[in-house]
Design a protein around this ligand. Sequence first.
Ligand code: NDP
Length: 484
Amino acid sequence: MAKKKQIEWDLAKAPESRGHVKLKERYDLFIGGKWVKPEGGKYFATIDPSTEKKIADVAEASARDVDKAVKAARKAYDNVWSKMHPKERAKYIFRIARLMQERAREFSVIESWDGGKPIRESRDIDVPLAAAHFFYYAGWADKLDYAFPNRKPTSLGVAGQIIPWNFPLLMAAWKIAPALAAGNTVVLKPAETTPLTALKLAELIQDSGLPDGVVNIITGAGSTGAAIVEHPDIDKIAFTGSTGVGKMIQRSIAGTDKRATLELGGKAANIIFEDATINQAVEGIINGIYFNQGHVCCAGSRLFVQESVYDEVIRKLKHRMRSLIVGDPLDKNTDIGAINSKGQLDTINKYIKIGKKEGAEFYQTECDVPRKGFWCRPTLFLNVSQSHRIAQEEIFGPVLAIQTFRTVDEVIKKANNSPYGLSAGVWTDKGSKIFNMTSQMRAGVIWANTFNKFDPTSPFGGYKESGFGREGGIHGLAAYLNMN
Ligand code: NDP
């Protein structure tokens, strides 16, 4: 069969400038409000995944550095932060939010440079949402008694926070903002491949005048994260990442009185009924799986299409996929940026091979991709069955597994047939169908006629192997409080 020609979308290059960005060649650890050299003297490089070139060297924190950071956080908690009037705490959090808005452009460029995501997304989604989280939780800081009436909410102490590489600044905001608003101090570790916006946030925090030690940011790999989890003076662990590491964390803290929230993987069902507005649903499918290269825990990676509209949906979906531009993350026209790391690209390619071997029908667009760097064209698999690994396991890349269904009961069973339960999407014209679906599906977030929408006021979290605890909204605040 003749190959479908790639649609021509010849747009002039529109690269965002890096000229206004200030980065150091080497970053130390941010402990007790100061930049501190790592005890072991070790540094590692963080690279641009679109060129494979080094951007900066970053310190590797050992267990001794973790201990220093926890001590600094404890001292700040005991002497300053827990004693400060909540109204004063709120002012600092508001100041962080405002400074982030002022420096939004610089943060967006660094986020796309270090992590590979399109500048359009970091500029319009990651950074504004991160600032919005600080604004939102700043508002709650002096109103905890109103948030939880008839309770006496008190802070927990020191929170250890470990975040992944898919939304580095946003995840830092999800973790730090509610913790501070609830009166805790924190030690945060960003992921090894995307430490730069967290380190930039440390500079911003210095500029905000936040008392020393209230926020400590230390870099390193999995062993640094494990040292945070195991530290005896940590009161709460907040983790976002893989289900495998989440399970290790649970084992490690079993028998201690550490509190934990775990936001883990997902394999969301995105369900298109025959009465949906198909063009709108196709946009939702694209956004659901190709947003942020599919590096999204709540990505709509399992698509269910009602049989009667299957041909139309697939035709329109392929047409729309062929218009997606893959390339330079800093180009404002780019739809899909670079895969975050070589390791993640290998994982995605492994799953593409598995999908083909399992007998699913493979389709990938033929757009140009740069020679250097880590890239994956938008991909889908047709004729997928429930038992296929590409329908069961999280791929975390721009790869969609498509199945069909005939009835509501059938699709509910299929959607719930997953070890995960983080999110889902329903596309239909009928409100009653939406309520029926949402009441029967086991997923923490269910979007109706939209997908991948986030808001600081709305709780987010999973069922089953997608973890437990909620972030966002007052639920996210409760996770950092003792309720007496
Ligand atoms: P990980 O769970 O390994 O990483 C998440 C964070 O935990 C990182 O900061 C990591 O450090 C840290 N970490 C790693 N090992 C430990 C440990 N033993 N104790 C404490 N912290 C640890 O995810 P990966 O980056 O390896 O991604 C693998 C898969 O996880 C992806 O393919 C995807 O399926 C899933 N994932 C899900 C995310 C989500 O949002 N739910 C986000 C990211 C990944 P470092 O990376 O620096 O080594």
